[in-house]
Write a protein that binds this ligand. Structure first.
Ligand SMILES: Cc1ncc(COP(=O)(O)O)c(C=O)c1O
Length: 478
């Protein structure tokens, strides 16, 4: 503390960058400062080229003498850690060692897992919309309005259900666009569908029926919570819900608007059968409405939830309509489940930031969400038509299915060709998956071979190139 008090009369310095430096209690202040700066440089906290604060600023911030800072800087310049030029201040030298690159993410690892796979040039994974089409300007307008208009309590500890503005806007939107019958107090905002399913996994017990084809990740959220999953047969009309009576489940997870990934809408009598089963047995239907807004060939298929809001849990998300990076989703719950869900969600685990919640509330209320969905529906419909047209021209022997809705299609492959086709696609730099990757391990269905093609993800300028590369990977006509 030798130098403490030297600057005691000075006001807090107002110029220069903020440095988080902690001087250890031993040795002279100059050595302590040099040690702290060296550590900040080697750890990468101070990147090469970073301009250091003027002597006076750092001296005031650290409560030490100005010439102590000057001496420490000068010595580090002499050692080569810093550079100093008349008039342009003191900077971290460019020789500073960079940190090793981060290990690849789980997604990168999955994409690079095939030994011969090239880096991804075209992304056909079915879980993403066109990220380049995120409506930045409209979102910013909503964010500005939302922050301006938010009451003071919005920035305090909030309601674990989520902001009331968002729950109110969702109630109106879901009723109008998806036929969902709910109320703000029955909605719980979550960090996307996956978070909502994870919570439900903790609330439910025993066995959950799932579709024979679906996302393994979603099944693992249920099994991770100690539940068992049993597969229902899936065909062109969705899941065969008549099988529910025989599987002994207390819940069923369905994708009624557009079976994921095979693509059929759940036929009306199968919807009724699921709801009747739930009523008769006290079970619940979990409705994953992940891309219900994107219906092309006829009027939107409404939500099953509208048939019985006390037996169906409706799960929605912005992951297809806006961006999977927002991590915004919601549950419209039967009254009887609200408290159980909130107990699992926890009172201080808000998960989704209030800024995004308020912004989405405004985005829905001002009509921007509807406008964006309408624009994207046209875009994705055009892409689907181009996919179908290119296949008809270059690979007429390959059937395309599941295209009446959503952001993906299924290309049917001749028996015994799926594995090699996925590998050939990987060699061409295409990220895609075969139907086999989605199959429940206990399914007794006759395996179906095909490619699941997410046509939403490639940006517009890359779409034609992606289609041509895809055709090259397909097996030749027999
Ligand atoms: C079948 C299915 N359900 C739900 C979702 C939404 O998931 P989340 O909101 O966790 O991103 C997706 C998105 O890709 C999906 O493919």
């Amino acid at each position: 503390m030798a130098d403490r008090g030297v600057n005691s009369g000075e006001a807090e310095a107002s110029v220069g960058t903020d440095l988080h430096l902690e001087l250890s209690g031993r040795g002279a202040r100059r050595e302590q400062l040099m040690l702290a700066l060296r550590e900040a440089i080697t750890s990468g906290r101070l990147a090469p080229g970073t301009r250091l604060p003027p002597y006076r600023t750092l001296a005031v911030d650290l409560g030490i003498a100005r010439n102590t800072v000057g001496e420490a800087y000068a010595e580090l310049v002499a050692e080569g850690w810093l550079t100093a030029r008349q008039g342009s201040g003191t900077h971290v030298a460019s020789r500073a060692t960079p940190l090793p690159p981060p290990p690849p993410s789980a997604g990168d690892r999955a994409r690079r897992s095939a030994p011969e796979a090239r880096p991804v040039a075209y992304d056909f994974m079915p879980t993403s919309p066109d990220a380049s089409a995120f409506p930045r300007a409209a979102w910013l307008r909503s964010a500005r309005r939302a922050f301006n208009d938010a009451p003071g309590d919005a920035f305090g500890v909030g309601d674990p259900r989520g902001r009331v503005e968002l729950r109110t806007a969702l109630t109106e939107y879901l009723a109008r666009a998806r036929g969902v019958r709910t109320a703000p107090h029955r909605i719980v905002v979550c960090a996307g569908f996956a978070h909502a399913l994870r919570i439900l996994g903790e609330v439910l017990e025993g066995t959950v029926a799932v579709e024979s084809y679906g996302l393994a990740f979603h099944r693992s959220l249920l099994t991770g919570a100690g539940l068992r999953t049993v597969p229902l047969t899936v065909d062109a009309d969705g899941a065969r819900t008549a099988e529910l009576g025989a599987v002994g489940a207390g819940a069923v997870l369905l994708t009624p608007a557009h079976q994921f990934p095979t693509g059929g809408p759940l036929r009306p009598e199968r919807r009724t059968a699921a709801v009747d089963w739930a009523r008769a047995t006290g079970a619940v239907v979990l409705e994953d409405d992940y891309d219900g807004e994107f219906r092309y060939d006829r009027e939107p298929v409404g939500a099953v939830q509208g048939l019985d809001p006390d037996r169906v849990v409706y799960l929605g998300s912005t992951s297809k309509s806006l961006s999977p990076a927002l991590r915004l989703g919601w549950l419209a719950l039967p009254e009887a489940l609200v408290n159980d869900v909130l107990a699992v969600k926890g009172v201080r685990e808000m998960w989704t930031g209030v800024g995004d919640q308020l912004t989405l509330a405004d985005f829905l209320a001002c009509g921007a969400y509807d406008r964006h969905v309408r624009v994207m529906r046209r875009t994705y419909r055009r892409r689907r038509d181009r996919l179908v047209a290119v296949l008809a021209e270059r690979a007429p022997h390959i059937g395309v299915g599941g295209i009446a809705a959503g952001l993906h299609a299924v290309l049917d492959l001749p028996p015994g060709t799926e594995r090699d086709t996925v590998r050939a696609a990987g060699r061409l730099g295409l990220a895609l998956e075969g139907l086999g990757a989605f199959r429940h391990p206990d399914s007794v269905m006759e395996p179906r071979e095909g490619l699941v093609i997410g046509f939403g993800a490639p940006p517009e300028h890359a779409f034609n190139g992606a289609l041509q590369a895809l055709c090259t990977a397909l097996p030749p006509a027999p």
